[in-house]
Structure formats: C-alpha cells, structure tokens
Design a protein around this ligand. Structure first.
Ligand code: NAD
Length: 358
C-alpha cells in the first residue's frame, strides 16, 4: 500500500520548530508509522506538472494526504489515472482542491479534520476586520518609514461599533466569527446561507438571515466569506455583485480565493468601491509574484490586508489537524468507522451538506 503526502517545505523553520507538523520535514503525526514491507510512504512538496512527485506517485497510491495550505490539485484527469486511490485526507478543513464530484464517481472517500482549525480562522477573520476598519496597516507602515502624520491614516480609520457585519456562510467558522463580534456592539449581524440557524443560535449571536445575496451585500459595511468553494460559490463575488456592495465596504475572505474574482476585487479596491480587502486565501497557491492581490491598494494607498494562507495553520491548529489525520488513517488501516462529521465524500456519495445544495 502506498501513502502519498503532499505537504509544504518548512526548511530551517521546520527543523527548529518541530510543532510545524504540516511540513515535509515533520510529516504530520499520522505518517510517523515506520515503513513496512506492505506500507510505503512518499512525502513531497513537489506538486505541479506531469513530472512532479504528486503526478508520478498518485498513479499507484491508495491514500493521499494533502493540506489546503499547499494544495495538491487532484483533478478528474488525475483521479482517472489513480487506479488504486481509495482515500483522500485533507489535513485541515476545505477539500475543494480535490475534484469532489469525480471522487464520488470513482468511489474515492474524501475526509477532512472537521473543526480542527475553525477557531484559528475565526480569530484571524476578526483580526482582519479590525485591521481594515481601523486602517492599521498603513498606520504601522508609516511608523516603520519614520514618518508621523496622524491625519493621513485617521482619515480612513473607523470604529467597528455601529457597523453592519455580514457573513456568507454561518457554519462552524462563520458562526464563531459572529460569536466573537458580539461584544463589539455592531449595528447588526447578518448571514447569508441556505442552511438556517435554529432560532436560539440566531439569537445568541444577534444574527438575522437575509435570503437574497444582492440585498445582503447592499446592507453590509463588512462582508466576511466563510463558505466552502464549490460550483455555487466559485466566482460568486464578481464585478456585478461588487457593484451592489455599499460603496466603501470592507471585504474579508479567509474561505477560498476563487470565491472572489481576483481582477474584479482589485478593480473595486482601486476605485474605492471596496475600502479594503483582507484574507489569506488565493485562487492559485502559492500565489504568483505578480498576483494583483499582493499589491492592490485603495485610492488612499491602503486597504490591503493579504497574507499567505496561514490562518488555519497556527501551531495550535497543526497539533489538532495532525492528531485528526492520524486518527483518520488509523481508522482506515484498522477498518474502523470514521467520525461522520469528517466525511465529505463517502464511498460513491456526498456525505456533507456544506458543499452546496444538491
Ligand atoms: P462548515 O461546513 O461548518 O460551514 C460552511 C457553511 O457554508 C455551511 O453552513 C453551508 O451551508 C454554507 N454554504 C455553503 N455554500 C453556501 C453558499 N453558496 N452560500 C452561502 N452559504 C453557503 O465549514 P467551516 O468549518 O465553517 O469552513 C468553511 C470554509 O472555510 C471551508 O470549507 C474552507 O474552505 C475555509 N477554511 C479556510 C481556512 C484557512 O486556513 N484560511 C481554514 C479552515 C477552513
């Protein structure tokens, strides 16, 4: 049996920090099994193109382990070549880098470590919202440059209190974002999701459901995206929808880059239609050096809160998703049932309701 893991290189950082478990060097706990005559493992970061380790080893692997942070894109074409593949494990949350419809068709199970990093991401979302609304990054950069001109940064700084916040997706992360925002005394918490929250859960976070996406964005000062990437969310935030946002709104996306049209977001920021955009997810990862989101700015020269994809891979999160990956592998090797919440695609069928209404 071959287990293939596509992870990111940690280099010196991973040697010095063994808690960087999601790296090639530290190999996620679950891969610390010794190789035996029946178990071969291949761990690599090399994932692009026909000569990559990913494409060479997927053809006879039975188990594939990937992370959303350095995604090995398992396309339908690759799935068709992967004749032995039975199980894909996402060490983290978000399995859109696997063609999930093709996995259903080919009876390949897809599991993720549900819940493992949802607090990590929710905290990052709150940080991103505050960073944008308070115009923090230009203020900090001014200090590093040796300047001191309060008016230049205060002219685009606001309080979160009294603003309308809306989440696209009110699942584990979206709900936790609203929970964390309750003490900020925002004017309203809105959510857009086909899954309605129970009334007592709505009341606990002061949330109101809005059913029409254009109506929803037109009411929000801050929109945060917390839905998975699937056919119903790919390119959802495009030029047309951005034109329906409140002029000068802030947009935070830590869900998946491809939910937003990259050029449309950059143009909306440049024109001032968006006052700020922040997040850590990109439509291609690693993002090319000339990706517009690296350097885009609003008319006042700020409003960009982008980072590499790391909100869900804090050291605390890595401990949780490594332990979860190990548990999924052990269940698989020992023929035990998996945790139902971890199953995205079961054998030949969708198991989750989170990837769109089907
Ligand atoms: P979840 O399954 O608990 O919640 C997702 C919610 O989105 C569900 O309530 C679902 O009904 C809703 N949804 C799905 N399609 C929608 C649509 N078209 N419109 C509105 N709502 C829709 O998932 P979660 O744990 O909250 O994670 C959400 C996503 O966040 C993941 O799928 C992943 O892409 C992303 N994520 C990112 C990081 C990171 O490091 N940046 C880490 C973890 C998760």
């Amino acid at each position: 049996m071959k287990v293939l893991a596509i992870l990111y290189n940690g280099f010196n950082a991973a040697v010095k920090e063994p808690r960087l478990l999601g790296t090639v060097e530290n190999k996620i706990n679950g891969l610390h099994h010794e190789d035996t005559s029946s178990l071969h493992r291949k761990v690599s970061s090399d994932k692009e193109g026909p000569n990559s380790d990913f494409e060479k080893h997927i053809v006879d692997a039975e188990v594939l382990i990937t992370t959303p942070f350095h995604p090995g894109y398992l396309t339908r074409e690759l799935i068709e070549k992967a004749k032995n593949l039975k199980l894909c494990v996402t060490a983290g949350v978000g399995s859109d880098h696997v063609d999930l419809n093709a996995a259903v068709d080919h009876k390949i199970q897809v599991l993720e470590v549900t819940g493992s990093n949802v607090v990590s991401v929710a905290e990052h979302v709150v940080m991103n919202i505050l960073t944008l609304v308070r115009n923090f990054i230009p203020a900090h950069e001014m200090i590093e440059r040796g300047d001191w001109q309060v008016s230049d940064v205060a002219r685009n700084a606001f309080d979160l209190e009294g603003k309308v916040i809306g989440t696209i997706g009110a699942g584990r992360i979206g709900y936790r974002v609203l929970e964390r925002l309750v003490p900020f005394d925002c004017k309203e918490h809105l959510y857009y999701d086909y899954a309605k929250l129970p009334v007592e859960r709505e009341q606990a976070v002061k949330a109101r459901k809005v059913d029409d996406i254009e109506d929803f964005v037109s009411q929000c000062d801050v929109v945060t995206v917390n839905a998975p990437l699937h056919e119903g969310t790919r390119g959802l935030i495009n030029e047309k929808l951005l034109s329906k946002f409140k002029p000068g709104a802030w947009l935070v996306n830590t869900a998946r880059g491809a939910i937003c049209d990259a050029d449309a977001v950059a143009a909306a920021l440049k024109s001032g239609q968006l006052r700020g955009y922040a997040g850590d997810v990109w439509n291609v990862q690693p993002a090319p050096k000339d990706h517009p989101w690296r350097t885009m700015k609003n008319p006042l020269g700020g409003g960009n809160g982008m980072t590499p994809h790391y909100s869900g891979t804090t050291l605390d999160a890595q401990a949780r998703y490594a332990a979860g990956t190990k548990a999924i592998l052990e269940n698989y090797f020992e023929g035990r049932e998996q945790e139902p919440a971890d199953i995205i695609v079961g054998v030949g069928a969708w198991a989750t309701k989170s990837y769109g209404q089907r």
